[in-house]
Design a protein around this ligand. Structure first.
Ligand code: FAD
Length: 545
């Protein structure tokens, strides 16, 4: 009988355990989990705090009793693996209550210990009103403080995915929220101008953001923090603090046991999730992945990869065979009030750093046919390789439909596709679902135009010395335009261009989002203006401060 032991009983660990059972009815499968719960929905925790998922039990995908009843998985909670003896193939387990220790033998060991929230080494960080959000226990503590102390103000340190979800959750609870983010923008995995749109949403909901300004000190006592001092000396008064500045892979146990840690700081694994010891696997936040675009190893601490890797490792541990791990693209999405923001593949800077010949496009299509009621705009950015047309990444911010577009782009990335592939995808269409030319098609077609040289786009940062032509309507122009721009509406351009514009000057045309600008660019070029460019993303993107 094969003896499979799994360390960590949540996303990766329980996926491994259940898959192992489905593949091998004879195996003994033991899961050791140091927390009080197995298989809980980490991703649902902010919504339980918000009160949208009121019942805590709804977050539990299974319990040790149910795991035993259905799968004969022996899941032991409140117990921690404290060491691994690879020579004797045993782990040492400690019961957290009472400290009793015992050894557990294994034939195959799966490490799924996740990641730990980063806690900065500063004074007062362990105060009673400074919280982390990783576990059910953390969630209970935050709900408790809201229920019993009725706090008015919260400071969230870290404007990443969890920080943003918590900002919304706490606003739902009527709490004033301030986000403190060291990077220039919230949502650091997203390109800054796209994340700027998310900041506009936060401002609409009275969430204050201090970006580009890190935490310097927690002011108060070791019991209670009353304010945060920022790097620029400003202070933010608060009734409680949520620390969400990122996670660190939980690798100490593996490291001590001589398991190889990769350059990313997470456990190095092969395509079957095996470590340098073929009988020891690692999955989830604790292990590193090969990025599907540039092929480098890195950490992608997300639920999707953890679940897929767990399933793979469970199957391999149970049967000695499994199809290799799929690509990881860092595909992720977050909802911040009415705005959804999604990313997949490489951002612009990461793509340049990886050595690609990068170009980008921005489009602002509707999520379904504009004439059908309820169409919502979304900003899509595509990152692609100018030389080959290969798609490198995509980002989208908007209302409904962002998820679908990010997933479509991720699918093309998975297959190493190009902007031509994206432009020619045969997607489902009816007015309430999309457009005959879908949002992703439009982005890809703009990229095709750029690649062919039919259109040359220029970034808002490179406009010095250009003749700026605003081709929007006079009322739009009157409501605000770029400094020095003249207004020649698109519909009058053919008649007025010779008289009103200087053909010899390099010219940049622009509209709100780039579409009329492109049409104007094509008109002027065919009239003989030979240095005409279209403003990337139009006036609306140039205005994202
Ligand atoms: P985990 O699910 O964290 O499980 C690891 C478990 O191992 C822990 O329960 C820990 O107690 C246990 N453990 C550690 N060491 C030991 C030991 N020595 N002995 C016994 N047990 C041990 N990802 C998304 O893709 N989308 C989302 O929307 C999303 N939202 C999130 C929201 C929150 C609040 C959080 C905290 C995470 C979110 N994530 C999200 C991330 C996602 O939950 C993780 O990537 C995923 O859970 C990682 O799975 P894992 O199995 O590696 O680790």
């Amino acid at each position: 009988m094969r003896n499979i032991v799994i360390i960590g009983g949540v996303a990766g660990g329980m996926s491994a355990a259940t898959r192992a059972r489905r593949m091998n009815e004879q195996a003994s499968i033991t899961v050791i989990e140091k927390g009080g719960f197995i298989s809980f929905a980490n991703c649902g925790l902010p919504y339980h705090i918000a009160g949208r998922i009121e019942n805590e039990a709804d977050l539990l995908m299974t319990t040790p009793q149910a795991a035993w009843a259905r799968f004969r998985i022996d899941a032991r909670v409140g117990q921690e693996v404290v060491s691994i003896d690879r020579e004797r193939k045993r782990v040492l387990v400690r019961r957290l209550e009472g400290g009793f220790e015992y050894e557990l033998p294994y034939d195959k060991l799966i490490l799924a210990p996740g990641a730990n929230a980063i806690v900065p080494p500063i004074a007062n960080v362990r105060a009673e009103n400074v919280f982390l959000l990783r576990t059910m226990e953390d969630t209970r503590a935050i709900r408790d403080v809201i229920a019993k102390q009725n706090p008015k103000r919260a400071a969230i340190v870290g404007g990443g995915f969890i920080g943003l979800e918590m900002a919304e959750a706490l606003r739902d609870r009527g709490i004033e929220v301030t986000i403190i983010e060291k990077m220039p923008r919230v949502l650091p995995p997203m390109d800054p101008e796209m994340a700027g749109i998310v900041e506009q949403t936060l401002a609409r909901h009275d969430v204050r953001v201090h970006a580009g300004n890190g935490l310097k000190a927690l002011i108060g006592t070791e019991h209670r923090v009353s304010a945060i001092e920022l790097e620029d000396g400003a202070t933010v008064e608060t009734d409680f603090v949520l620390m969400s500045i990122g996670v660190r892979p939980n690798v100490e146990l593996a490291k001590t046991a001589g398991i190889t840690i990769g350059a990313s700081g997470a456990i190095a694994v092969d395509a079957q999730q095996r470590t340098n010891d073929p009988d020891v696997y690692a999955v989830g936040d604790a292990s590193e992945v090969v990025h599907g675009v540039h092929g480098k190893t890195m950490r992608v601490p997300l639920a999707g990869p953890a679940n897929r890797q767990g399933r793979l490792a469970g199957e391999h541990a149970a049967t000695d065979a499994a199809a290799p791990a799929g690509k990881v693209l860092g595909t992720a999405i977050v909802q911040v009030f009415e705005t959804s923001a999604g990313i997949t593949g490489l951002g612009e800077k990461a793509a340049r750093d990886a050595g690609f010949d990068v170009d980008t496009v921005y489009v602002l299509p509707k999520h379904h046919a504009g004439y059908y009621p309820g169409a919502e705009p979304m900003r899509i950015k595509l990152i692609y390789c100018r030389a080959t047309g290969r798609l490198l990444g995509g980002q989208a911010v908007g209302g409904q439909g962002v998820d679908k577009r990010i997933d479509v782009i991720a699918t093309v990335l998975h297959f190493g596709g190009t902007i031509d592939d994206l432009a020619s995808l045969d997607l489902a269409y009816a007015p309430q679902f999309g457009s005959a030319k879908d949002a992703v098609h439009i982005g890809a077609m703009v990229a095709q135009n750029q690649r062919r040289g039919d259109s040359v786009a220029i970034a808002p940062s490179a406009l010095d010395g250009q003749q700026l032509v605003d081709v929007r309507t006079p009322p739009e122009f009157a409501a605000g335009t770029l400094h020095g721009a003249i207004n020649v509406p698109l519909d009058e351009l053919r008649e007025r261009a010779w008289a009103d514009l200087d053909q010899k000057r390099p010219t940049v045309v622009f509209c709100a989002v780039g579409q009329r600008g492109y049409a104007a660019e094509r008109v002027l070029r065919q009239m003989g203006f030979d240095d005409v460019k279209n403003l990337k993303g139009g006036y609306s993107l140039a205005m994202v401060k």
